[in-house]
Ligand binder design. Structure first.
Ligand code: ADE
Length: 229
């Protein structure tokens, strides 16, 4: 098998705990202590909650970032969905996300909090940092990634799997407008993503069922076919 079109690494819960503990250790070693943690929704939720545990912090808030596709440009721009104000005067704020990929999200959240919440200092942390593509380097990270990979975190299994499967039906010439048998779909999936449906355990069946429920896929003669979009 050649190189997958979209290289995927499945991350399990035990790795998340290990990486979050390692990230907490880096923060402790630095001697800087946050008074307040801000999770960037949705990816920063679990790492931020674990950091609260490992760093003994009770104050946890969240801001949500959203990626816009500008109609004319096809360029992606990050915005904050609910830009509420908080009085964080005199406090050290740690902004947490799962991964720094382009770096837009975390940079945006940091700037917003600095400008609008009046904190003493804002620092940033992520479990992973893709150094080859990111325009922004977080103050703290646990893993430096060099070759771009899609990390399939445990909190987006079902969502990601549905998108992975739908993408094959929409973009692969061997799938478009056709009925795919289960074996064919599994083999295309392995080729596209470099991982097997079986690696996702029960989630594989859940994802297929969900795509059928939503009317995106249809079951025909024991196979599957794309219905819309
Ligand atoms: N979110 C943004 N970039 C990502 C990546 N490379 N893997 C997982 N989640 C992401």
């Amino acid at each position: 098998m050649g190189k997958p079109r979209v290289p995927v690494k499945i991350v399990d819960w035990s790795e998340i705990v290990e990486w979050s503990r390692g990230l907490a250790a880096r923060i402790l070693e630095s001697g800087w202590r946050p008074d307040l943690i801000v999770a960037v929704a949705r990816g920063g939720f679990v790492p931020a909650r674990l950091l609260c545990d490992f760093l003994d912090i009770t104050d946890l808030l969240s801001v949500q970032s959203q990626h816009w596709v500008e109609a004319a440009k096809a360029a992606e721009k990050a915005i904050l969905k609910y830009p509420y104000k908080v009085d964080a005067s005199g406090r050290n704020v740690l902004v947490v996300d799962d991964i720094v990929d382009t770096g837009e999200t975390l940079a945006l959240a940091k700037r917003f909090i600095e400008r609008e919440w009046g904190p003493r200092e804002v620092r940033t942390a992520a479990l992973q940092w893709i150094s080859s593509v990111a325009k922004f380097k977080p103050d703290y990270y646990y893993i430096e990634v060099r070759d771009w990979t899609w990390f399939q975190y445990p909190w987006t299994r079902l969502e990601d799997l549905q998108q992975f499967i739908a993408r094959i039906f929409r973009e692969d010439e061997r799938a478009r407008g056709r009925i795919l048998g289960e074996d064919e779909l599994e083999s295309l999936f392995r080729e596209w993503y470099g991982v097997a449906p079986a690696d996702f355990g029960d989630y594989w069946k859940l994802a297929l069922d969900r795509l059928v429920e939503k009317g995106i896929l249809e079951r025909v003669n024991g196979g599957l076919k794309l219905l819309k979009r």
